[in-house]
Design a protein around this ligand. Structure first.
Ligand SMILES: Cc1cc2nc3c(=O)[nH]c(=O)nc-3n(C[C@H](O)[C@H](O)[C@H](O)COP(=O)(O)OP(=O)(O)OC[C@H]3O[C@@H](n4cnc5c(N)ncnc54)[C@H](O)[C@@H]3O)c2cc1C
Length: 373
């Protein structure tokens, strides 16, 4: 009998899982809360590492299409001092394929392909071990039973409580995102400042990072150490009030750098939360987690990569398991995921400490350690 498999969430983890399972001819129900693929802005750009995200795309049969869409030149990285002095300016070789960038929306469309996502299906909770199998409860009051439910539903997973009571905690660092459109024509000076890839400025306990996306779109991330309630006297929906508050926070920085904030169109508030570095759980038959749901970590270039590789690996393990071996396959996958995720969680946690640090020289040292030679 066919095993009834569901994945909750159609982010990088859920879609890669479904794509690879489909390659093996296994049906999977993809349950997504969003009412449509374009219901929310897709987000910024992602760099996919050769041994992680790119490996996952290879397993999904999508590597060649990724290479057509991605931007190797987006690996360029420039670091400025707060007075605008260029401290580092790294340009990749034209054939450098270690970490090319791709817009998150392009990656989603690539993974979606002809997959049949069930949009507008918001999961509220998952109950393992019932007579019918694992019961999935939806916000509209319906229920459905499966043999395996894979929680790929991100940081605030509704599947996770079936396995562990651990919840994400605040890192002490907040990020505010803004965007610029048509930067080459609308803001040529900023386009030159940012270059083909990313530009970062590190100050005391704060940083500004600008990343070029495709089509002249730029995402800017202002990060700073602050208590969770730092905005008590600020209306976060008031664009001009947030702009003024950020310009005060970054007061004294070079004018061209602050132009990134002056010209930003809207501001999105994102306090950075994480799960514990070595987060695991006691295995429960019929339920598992992937990606941010399993190991939320600071957004420093690993989360989507891990999510995708885990999706591909779990799908392969399930597809190649014998009829009675589904649970063993999931258990073995979890062990492998936990140890790799813990390694990356340590790296990104230490990275965040050093990139938003009282000593900006720490950030430069991080760059010098990871810069490709
Ligand atoms: C600003 C920023 C920049 C980043 N840059 C990078 C980068 O360059 N490289 C990198 O590797 N990582 C990066 N990351 C991290 C990366 O975005 C995440 O690690 C990755 O998106 C995790 O994928 P996921 O599929 O596990 O979860 P998500 O992408 O969060 O997807 C979860 C999905 O589940 C759905 N969902 C949620 N709840 C429910 C529910 N109850 N019922 C049904 N569906 C639900 C959501 O709508 C969503 O579609 C960045 C993160 C941020 C915030």
């Amino acid at each position: 009998m066919r095993r009834r498999i569901a994945v909750v969430g159609s982010g990088p983890a859920g879609l890669t899982f479904a794509r690879v399972l489909h390659r093996y001819g296994h049906p999977v129900a993809i349950l997504e809360r969003d009412p449509a693929p374009d219901a929310r802005p897709p987000g910024g750009t992602l760099d996919l590492h050769r041994g992680l995200g790119q490996l996952a795309l290879d397993k999904a049969g999508l590597l060649t299409e990724f290479q057509t869409l991605s931007r190797p030149e987006g690996q360029a990285m420039r670091i400025l001092d707060t007075d605008g002095t260029v401290l580092r300016d790294w340009q990749p070789n034209p054939d450098e394929q270690a970490n090319p960038e791709i817009d998150r929306g392009q990656l989603r469309d690539l993974l979606l392909g002809s997959l049949d996502v069930q949009w507008g299906r918001s999961v509220t909770r998952v109950v393992p071990g019932t007579r019918d199998g694992v019961l999935v409860h939806f916000a509209d009051g319906r229920q459905e039973a499966f043999d395996l439910v894979v929680g790929a539903d991100g940081a605030w997973s509704r599947v996770r409580p079936a396995l562990t009571s651990v919840a994400p905690h605040y890192t002490g660092v907040t990020s505010i995102e803004t965007s610029l459109d048509d930067v080459d024509t609308g803001h040529p000076d900023l386009a030159r400042l940012i270059g083909d890839g990313s530009m970062a400025v590190y100050g005391v306990n704060r940083s500004l990072v600008a990343q070029r996306n495709s089509g002249g779109h730029v995402k800017v991330y202002a990060r700073f150490r602050a208590p969770l309630d730092w905005h008590t006297n600020l209306d976060l929906a008031d664009v001009e009030a947030v702009r003024t508050s950020l310009l005060a926070l970054f007061d004294g920085w070079a004018a061209p750098v602050l132009d990134l904030l002056r010209h930003g169109t809207a501001f999105v508030h994102r306090p950075l939360y994480v799960l514990p570095v070595d987060h695991t759980w006691t295995h429960v038959g019929g339920v598992t987690l992937l990606g941010d749901a399993a190991h939320l970590m600071p957004p420093l270039g690993a989360g989507a990569n891990l999510a995708m590789l885990e999706g591909a690996e779990l799908a392969e393990s399930i597809a190649t398991a014998g009829p009675g071996d589904l649970d063993d396959a999931v258990r073995a996958f979890e062990e492998q995921m936990w140890s790799r995720a813990a390694r990356w969680a340590k790296i990104t946690t230490a990275g965040l400490e050093r990139l938003v640090s009282p000593d900006p020289a720490e950030a430069l040292a991080v760059f010098d350690q990871v810069q490709p030679s």
